[in-house]
Design a protein around this ligand. Structure first.
Ligand code: SF4
Ligand code: SF4
Length: 364
């Protein structure tokens, strides 16, 4: 499993993680086999907001001997007092739930303690002032919570809590549909979402991705806002091309789902090609480099996708991106203006012009 590093904590995380939304559908035996296969395949990051509380018992049993090799993101605000998922801002309820979560997970610590699912400013105001956030910080001071996180679908909320320096990880809903402003959780304009991804990368805040298939809509031509289906491999590649993304967390109802996701994450390059989005007016990514690499190889040896990513990051003040760019073997100033990438880019980006702009920005 390829890994990425969460900048603020230096934790190394597999690019495919384990979402908790569906594993309650498996019986105990299949859940155990699914979790064993996940761990054996290098999945080391596990979300802890599922539809029913049973998934935590599955996690606890499967990870008893390997707890130090897996990471949990646990949600301060997910309420399982009724057995199924509920949402609460109320500090006493949060406290009771966290105590129960720790018992079910058979652990005495939480890798990432999450401010859970805030999408409105008034919810943030309440969470910060009613004692819920104080409880999370107390748990951090006591060493029970190691790092802080936030789950949200709303860029403005992510930005507000990042302004306060709070999250080390943000669980955010990322997929091609939401980025193109289609779907139930498509909050924020395309540019606003892009800027959030860049900001996270710049500030070392890792993004763990929920709803990678837009609740399954993207995999179904009849439901997809684009009028055609994408495959899991295309969806995952699209997401992982974005800056700031550390891990994607699909839900698995059992072994078959997990095997399909493992195959998708390692699919050959041609199966991951999502350039089909380019011709689609609903996608509206035209003229915007999405770092897909479809225009490679460049005869001058430029890594066109990476150069564009470093440029976009540097423009939001990411000094590390500038350093990485300067260390590349070939730079924008080496562009031969051959036009090969202009012809190949499905998203109609004119890289021959852009390379001139990039060379001017970096000075080489
Ligand atoms: S220029 Fe086009 S093909 Fe090349 S990486 Fe950017 S979007 Fe992809
Ligand atoms: S125009 Fe420049 S960046 Fe594009 S393929 Fe040719 S040499 Fe490479």
């Amino acid at each position: 499993m390829r890994q990425r590093i969460i900048g603020r904590t230096q934790d190394r995380v597999g690019i495919l993680g384990f979402g908790a939304s569906s594993i309650h559908n498996a019986d105990e035996k299949e859940a155990r086999e699914t979790l064993e296969l996940a761990f054996a395949s290098g999945i080391n990051y596990y979300d802890c907001a599922g539809s029913e509380k049973r998934f935590m018992e599955y996690y606890g049993a499967a990870h008893e001997g390997v707890r130090d090799q897996v990471m949990y993101q646990v949600h301060f605000g997910a309420d399982y007092s009724g057995g199924e998922y509920g949402w609460s801002l109320e500090p006493d309820s949060i406290k009771r739930n966290i105590e129960a979560d720790l018992r079910r997970l058979r652990t005495d610590y939480i890798d990432y303690g999450f401010i859970h699912c805030l999408d409105k400013q008034e919810e943030v105001d309440e969470y910060l002032s009613n004692g819920a956030y104080d409880y999370l910080r107390q748990m951090q001071a006591a060493g029970v919570v190691r790092h802080l996180g936030l789950s949200t679908h709303t860029p403005a909320i992510a930005n507000r809590l990042m302004d306060m320096g709070i999250p080390d990880v943000i669980m955010f809903s990322v997929n091609a549909a939401y980025d193109a402003c289609h779907g139930e959780y498509a909050f924020g304009a395309t540019d606003e979402r892009e800027l959030l991804y860049r900001r996270c990368r710049k500030e070392g805040v890792g993004i763990s991705v929920m709803k990678p298939y837009s609740g399954g809509q993207l995999l179904d031509a009849k439901q997809s806002p684009f009028g055609f289906a994408l495959t899991p491999a295309q969806c995952l590649k699209y997401i992982l091309d974005k800056p700031g993304i550390v891990t994607v967390l699909p839900g698995y109802a059992g072994l078959a789902d997990l095997k399909a996701a493992l195959a998708a994450i390692d699919a050959p390059e041609e199966e991951c090609d999502y350039s089909i989005l380019a011709g689609c007016k609903e996608a509206a990514f035209t003229g915007r480099c999405v770092y897909c690499g479809h225009c490679h190889p460049c005869p001058a040896g430029l890594d066109i996708a990476l150069i564009n990513k470093y440029y976009d990051l540097s423009r939001v003040g990411d000094d590390m991106a500038r350093d990485h760019y300067l260390k590349l073997d070939a730079h924008a100033s080496d562009c031969l203006k051959c036009g090969h990438c202009d012809d190949k880019c499905p998203f109609s980006v004119r890289q021959s012009d852009r390379m001139e702009e990039i060379a001017g920005w970096f000075g080489k």
